[in-house]
Design a protein around this ligand. Structure first.
Ligand SMILES: [Zn+2]
Length: 385
């Protein structure tokens, strides 16, 4: 147990509570009850006159919990957002038992992202004790379904609550993240003509057509992307994840399809990236008689918060006051932050303890020091903003 002053820091007790409550996203385990246990815990914990608590139904028995702390600044709301769901237990031996070892706290969700949720709960509770120190109203949104299709955050955004700035909790190793990648995912299908393999000339192989598509991706698109880098996020990337085609060994294949994951960088939009890709591809492969269709599977914007935004400046000030890193960073993975920033125009940062490397791993853990530092950072940021 980490000692803070002469006792354990209160955020650790909150985090232990959260780890003990299973909240596996039902997408990964159909028998899971989802986030309801965490939602009940939050509703109970914030059930006092300082806060107003709302449960927003998103999916059956899966509610966002929205906690408001009003300090007389309804025109100036700072949002704390963290998701309640985790990935499956996998082969973790004791996923629901908070275990301390060598300065680390183990447990499923300890890193992604119950430590940030615990820190935000702590900050809300501390702020409620001294609301006169705040120049903003606070909202904590604990959302469902981030690990699958972020339907919790989407539902929250539909409420159209005016929000001045937001902090999304994810493991950033206590870096102030203002940029991250997004992605566009799509399916490419080539269309051939079936024939018996004894007379291939009567058919048109969809697999051979796909060779031209793959060559275009590998030889034309990939080298272009290496050139396109931003300072904080690095280069955009493209990867073909799956391929399937053909039905039998003795039939010329009529169809072939691949699924493609193109990671986009700040400055790109997922829809435009796909349009540009399609026109470049068609231009290149039409001469080979390739017949293809493209279907989008997912558009996820990149995070691109202005480096001079007030929330960014306040975050840097709070970090410096606590002796923490204050330089701005980018990360390659996506989060709820980009949706708030791109779809709602809310300046948003991502911040939290722990590393994404531990997030979905077999032995998920978070550094105990980091949990405490993040909690104090959220509190300081709320009081600085
Ligand atoms: Zn997460």
């Amino acid at each position: 147990m980490q000692i803070f002053g002469d006792r354990a820091h209160p955020v650790l007790e909150i985090l232990e509570d959260l780890i003990r409550i299973p909240s596996v996203n039902p997408h990964y385990d159909g028998s899971s009850a989802g986030e309801i246990g965490i939602a009940d815990y939050l509703e109970h914990r914030f059930n006092n006159s300082a806060f107003s608590v709302t449960r927003q139904p998103v999916l059956p028995r899966r509610d966002n919990v929205i906690v408001e702390l009003k300090t007389g600044h309804p025109d100036r709301v700072l949002l704390f957002e963290a998701h309640m769901d985790t990935v499956s237990f996998g082969s973790m031996l004791e996923p629901l038992t908070p275990l301390y070892r060598e300065g680390k706290l183990f447990g499923r969700g300890s890193c992604d992202t119950k430590s940030t949720l615990a820190g935000m709960i702590y900050a809300m509770e501390q702020c409620a004790l001294q609301p006169e120190l705040l120049n903003a109203d606070l909202i904590l949104c604990a959302s469902v379904d981030e690990e699958h299709a972020y339907r919790g955050l989407t539902a929250f955004m539909e409420l159209n609550i005016p929000i001045a700035a937001a902090v999304v909790g994810e493991p950033t190793e206590l870096s102030i993240v203002v940029e991250h990648k997004g992605c566009t995912r799509f399916l490419i299908r080539t269309h051939g003509k079936a024939a018996h393999s004894s007379v291939p000339s009567e058919g048109d192989s969809a697999i051979y057509q796909m060779v031209h598509v793959l060559r275009h991706i590998k030889e034309k698109i990939e080298p272009q992307l290496i050139e396109s880098r931003t300072q904080l996020c690095g280069a955009a990337t493209i990867a073909v994840g799956t391929i399937s085609g053909g039905e039998e060994i003795n039939i010329i294949p009529e169809a072939c399809e691949i699924k493609v994951d193109r990671r986009i960088i700040p400055g790109e939009t997922p829809q435009q990236v796909l349009m540009d890709f399609e026109s470049s591809l068609r231009n290149d492969v039409e001469r080979y008689g390739v017949k293809l269709t493209i279907d989008p599977l997912l558009y996820d914007p990149a995070l691109h918060t202005h480096h001079d935004a007030e929330v960014v400046k306040c975050a840097q000030k709070a970090a410096r006051a606590l002796g923490l890193k204050s330089e701005l960073c980018g990360v390659p993975y996506g989060s709820n932050a980009s949706k708030l920033q791109q779809y709602k125009g809310i300046p948003t940062i991502v911040y939290g303890p722990g590393s994404i490397a531990q997030a979905h791993s077999r032995e998920e853990w978070v550094p105990v020091d980091g949990v405490i530092q993040a909690a104090e950072f959220y509190l300081r940021l709320a009081q600085t903003f």
